[in-house]
Design a binder for this molecule. Structure first.
Ligand code: HEM
Length: 318
């Protein structure tokens, strides 16, 4: 009877992990004995990197999102392409866009010196993104640890899984639902667009032809994003407090000043409006929901059976 019960529990656990998306149970003390200074090392690299260039905080937050949304938080985004291997770095949403790889390398170098072959690159991204949020003025939380690094990456999964700037509200909801994240969690996580920059090529359509846009805002963005050319010109997501992690993103949406079409979709007379109003009126509720949703997103795992390791160099498999 006991044996049968045990088999049942193991069977159920296996089944849960075969069905994507798989949420793992980690612990914030995973490296407590094997790398006790890990948190301090990560912070000691992140703090000067963000002080030197505040946008780096935003870039690292995005790196975590783009890692987790493609076969789980497994460091797959960090693998460099080689003549015989095509990874995620050159996927549409990542190429010439995702930044911060050098900062992760710098952290990894120091972590390897202190605790050889112990800490995964995936866990380093999770810790670095928590620090990134906090260093630009956002909340902090305990990072659950124990991830392993993938031995592979998928450009096609990156192209299929990462939502684009032209997305509708319904497609955003379903892209996050496919990862086990609710519409509320999607709306909270999108608040990361209170920091960072986007390229003209990704919001040109919005500032010249979206109806749901503040005219003064559109005219201001058009100054540096012409109808032809200037594809790489950058604009801040939040032009009031561009490098501060606050709830201004939601205030902007209510003023029809969302930078991407996909941003403004969260306040367009649809089901997310009420939550946008709530977050815009209460920074604390937003910060709490954001932190919880980051922990949940950080629990996304590769499907069971995916070969993993602790990579020694985040850019290549061992
Ligand atoms: C909801 C769906 C989302 C869409 C459609 C989206 C799309 C984009 C796009 C198009 C950019 C600009 C890229 C470029 O100019 O090259 C961007 C930047 C950014 N995204 Fe998202 N994003 C989404 C969700 C998220 C989430 C969940 C996070 C983090 C939790 C996030 C964090 C960021 C940050 C911080 C930046 C600025 C990065 C920098 O300045 O380097 N985004 N996003």
């Amino acid at each position: 009877m006991g044996f049968l019960l045990a088999r049942c529990i193991i069977g159920a656990a296996t089944l849960l992990c075969v069905l994507p998306p798989c949420q793992a149970k980690f612990t914030s003390k995973f490296y407590g004995k094997t790398c006790p200074n890990l948190g301090a090392i990560v912070r000691s690299v992140m703090a000067p990197a963000v002080a030197k260039e505040p946008r780096m905080g935003a870039s690292i937050i995005r790196l975590f999102f783009h890692d987790c949304f493609v076969n789980g938080c497994d460091g797959s985004i960090l693998l460099d392409d080689t003549p015989t291997f095509t990874g995620e770095k050159n996927a549409g949403a990542n190429v010439n866009s995702v930044r911060g790889y050098e900062v992760i390398d710098a952290i990894k170098t120091q972590v390897e010196t202190a605790c050889k072959a112990t800490v995964s690159c995936a866990d380093i991204i999770a810790l670095a993104s928590r620090d990134a949020v906090n260093l630009v003025g956002g909340p902090t939380w305990n990072v659950q640890l124990g991830r392993k690094d993938s031995r592979t990456a998928s450009q096609s999964a990156a192209n299929a899984n990462l939502p684009g700037p032209g997305s509708s509200a319904a497609s955003l909801v379903s892209a996050f639902a496919a990862k086990g994240l609710s519409a509320r969690e999607m709306t909270a996580l999108s608040g990361a667009h209170t920091v960072g920059r986007a390229r003209c090529v990704l919001f040109r359509g919005r500032i010249y032809s979206d109806p749901n846009i503040n005219a003064t805002f559109a005219a201001a963005r058009q100054q540096t994003c012409p109808q032809a050319g200037g594809d790489g010109n950058l604009a801040p997501f939040d032009d009031q407090t561009p490098d501060a992690f606050d709830n201004a993103y939601y205030k902007n949406l209510m003023a029809q000043r969302g930078l991407l079409h996909s941003d403004q979709e969260l306040f367009n007379g649809g089901p997310q409006d009420a939550l946008v109003r709530k977050y815009s009126g209460n920074a604390g509720i937003f910060a709490g929901d954001f932190a919880k949703a980051m922990v949940k997103m950080g629990g996304l795992m590769p499907v069971a059976g995916t070969p993993t390791e602790v990579r020694l160099n985040c850019r290549k498999v061992n």
